[in-house]
Design a protein around this ligand. Structure first.
Ligand SMILES: Nc1ncnc2c1ncn2[C@@H]1O[C@H](COP(=O)(O)OP(=O)(O)OP(=O)(O)O)[C@@H](O)[C@H]1O
Ligand SMILES: [Mg+2]
Length: 256
């Protein structure tokens, strides 16, 4: 039976400053089930990152509720991993130590830490680079380390805000293949924001479309392209007529 990991109930965010009030997201109802890979698309400034920050616990709703496993989210913790567009690694720690950092903070014992870090170094294909420092890595490598650093804690929910937005096209496809494999292997729920509709269709089990600000979820579309690619052992999805149709119809909704 499916299990709700995240539940938003009429969650609304209004940013207030001395001079103005910005209504970032309207009352949103949303449930994310365990194991879902949700991709969110929508126009710039419609409130996508605001929605992610609610789930991460960086922000509280102005009204309504945001719950994880039935409990109101009170703040960030390791059960919610977050990966941003610009990876924030510790420059003074090498790759291995960056990945290990969260486990150390959580006082996980040394042998267990080694097993976990070794496993994720392998999953991101960086076993040979474990001794390098962030300044010695390419953008794609840094983003892989940032992903591993979140994943190593086995978060129940991985939140990603345009994680591949700054990467070149080839690295991007490789990273998409990697996140698909990581998702298949680790069975966590993923919520990924992207401005790229093809990326959303290629990765998600469900694509959410947000309206312009104040954002509302206007479409929720189950998709199967990523699971098919995994089943076929392929790094890329098969683009058929239904894929192109969905891409066009989502684009129209975003531009409305
Ligand atoms: N801390 C803040 N204080 C005031 N207004 C904010 C704050 N953060 C975001 N906003 C405003 O809230 C609205 C939604 O912003 P948000 O960053 O959630 O949009 P987004 O959909 O992620 O945009 P993009 O696609 O450009 O990243 C925007 O009008 C933005 O200016
Ligand atoms: Mg954003």
């Amino acid at each position: 039976m499916s299990k709700a990991v995240i539940t938003l109930n009429q969650a609304q965010v209004i940013y207030s400053s001395k001079s103005e009030e910005v209504s970032a997201i309207s009352e949103i109802d949303l449930t994310i089930q365990k194991g879902e890979f949700i991709c969110l698309v929508g126009p710039s400034g419609c409130g996508k990152s605001t929605l992610l920050k609610l789930m991460a616990g960086f922000l509280k709703p102005t009204s309504g509720e945001v719950r994880m496993n039935g409990q109101i989210i009170e703040g960030p913790d390791w059960k919610k991993g977050v990966v941003f567009q610009s990876p924030t690694l510790y420059p003074w720690l090498n790759v291995r130590k960056n990945i290990e950092y969260g486990l150390k903070v959580r006082k996980i014992e040394k042998e267990r830490r080694k097993i976990e870090v070794d496993s994720f170094l392998e999953q991101i294909n960086m076993t040979d680079s474990e001794g390098r420092y962030p300044f010695e890595l390419s953008g794609g490598m840094r983003q892989r380390v940032a992903m591993a650093r979140s994943m190593v804690n086995h978060p129940e929910l991985l939140l990603m805000d345009e994680p591949f937005g700054a990467l070149d096209a080839l690295t991007r496809v490789q990273m998409q293949g990697l996140i698909r494999e990581i998702w298949q292997k680790n069975h966590q729920s993923i919520f990924l924001i992207t401005h790229d509709i093809e990326e959303a269709l290629s990765l998600g089990t469900r694509v959410l479309v947000m309206s312009k600000a104040p954002g509302q979820i206007i479409e929720s579309i189950p998709v199967h392209y990523s699971q098919e690619a995994l089943a076929n052992g392929s790094n890329m999805v098969k683009v058929d007529d239904s894929f192109i149709y969905l891409k066009e119809s989502i684009l129209q909704k975003i531009c409305q």
